[in-house]
Design a binder for this molecule. Structure first.
Ligand code: HEM
Length: 273
């Protein structure tokens, strides 16, 4: 008996909730078709691949998508501006370190002259570093003034204020140690004055100036000591302190401007009534 063909039944209509979503605009049946769309898809796949193995997107969301109080204004950007100045100092400093020689027997002075006159974009990068130092000091003071005026040093942010004070001291140490590095007459004598001022401090003063000089006299090892402090110890400490500072900013949130009145919480009113 010949086999009869099985009748093809029409597909039952799906309720709207179960229907596949329409393709995103600019795509054919949901698939990317232009090179730009394909590149965007590839980027997403890489991010997904990394996220599946590290779960970093949770941390990134915690860091970046936060509630900010009403009335947040341009003064709140001073901390990020200080951080940007620090990053710019780090990048320009790396390029300067490629040509600088911490050798007091004319090597340091000559290497700075070489950077300024011969190296491609040397004068530009050196000036960025030199002016950037001033910009960072100005910004750190403005940022500190903002947090003080807005009362952001009060509970629960006292520890962040203390970390800020450490950052302020480290920024000043950067300026002080960097000033000696060109090793010209001005930087040499100004640093001797600065080290002597440190020596007048109570109890630890004399030890501090001995530590900075690398002994009782200002000699060849003083310059290498200043260079090591300037390019290794203090930037590392600043980076670590900024990490702690930003962790606390993210955890505690930023302070609302002092002129804003706290809005009554409807839930609390219901509970206390
Ligand atoms: C290298 C130096 C510094 C960097 C890169 C830095 C960075 C930042 C950033 C990005 C913020 C969050 C945004 C803002 O409020 O501006 C912040 C907040 C804060 N900073 Fe700094 N900061 C530095 C130095 C200081 C200093 C010197 C102090 C005070 C002594 C300080 C105290 C605070 C406080 C209390 C907050 C919390 C502000 C709030 O809750 O509204 N920081 N900092």
């Amino acid at each position: 008996m010949p086999k009869l063909p099985t009748p093809k039944l029409p597909v039952p209509p799906l309720p709207p909730q179960l229907q596949p979503p329409p393709p995103p605009p600019g795509t054919q049946r949901g698939r990317p078709h232009t090179p730009v769309e394909q590149a965007a898809e590839a980027g997403k796949s890489v991010v997904d691949w990394v996220d599946e193995r590290t779960s970093l997107s949770g941390a990134a969301r915690w860091l970046m998508f936060r509630k900010v109080p009403k009335g947040t204004n341009w003064f709140y950007t001073l901390g990020s501006a200080t951080m940007f100045a620090f990053l710019s100092q780090a990048v320009t400093g790396v390029f300067l370190a490629m040509y600088y020689r911490p050798d007091p027997a004319s090597g340091a002075y000559e290497s700075i002259r070489n950077i300024t006159t011969n190296v491609f974009l040397g004068q530009f990068v050196r000036s960025m570093h030199k002016w950037g130092a001033t910009v960072m000091v100005v910004l750190v003071f403005l940022h500190m003034a903002r947090t003080f005026v807005f009362g952001a040093y009060k509970y629960p942010r006292e520890l962040n204020w203390v970390i800020g004070v450490v950052l302020l001291i480290l920024t000043m140490v950067m300026s002080f140690t960097g000033y000696l590095l060109p090793f010209d007459e001005r930087s040499y004598w100004a640093t001797i004055v600065g080290v002597n001022i440190n020596g007048t401090g109570p109890i630890i003063g004399p030890y501090l100036s001995d530590f900075l000089r690398g002994g009782p006299e200002f000699n060849a090892s003083t310059l290498s000591r200043f260079y090591a402090i300037h390019m290794l110890i203090v930037p590392g400490a600043i980076a670590a302190m900024i990490g702690a500072h930003l962790y606390l900013v993210t955890k505690l949130g930023t302070t609302a401007p002092p002129w804003l009145k706290a809005e009554p919480e409807p839930e609390l009113i219901k509970e206390t009534a």
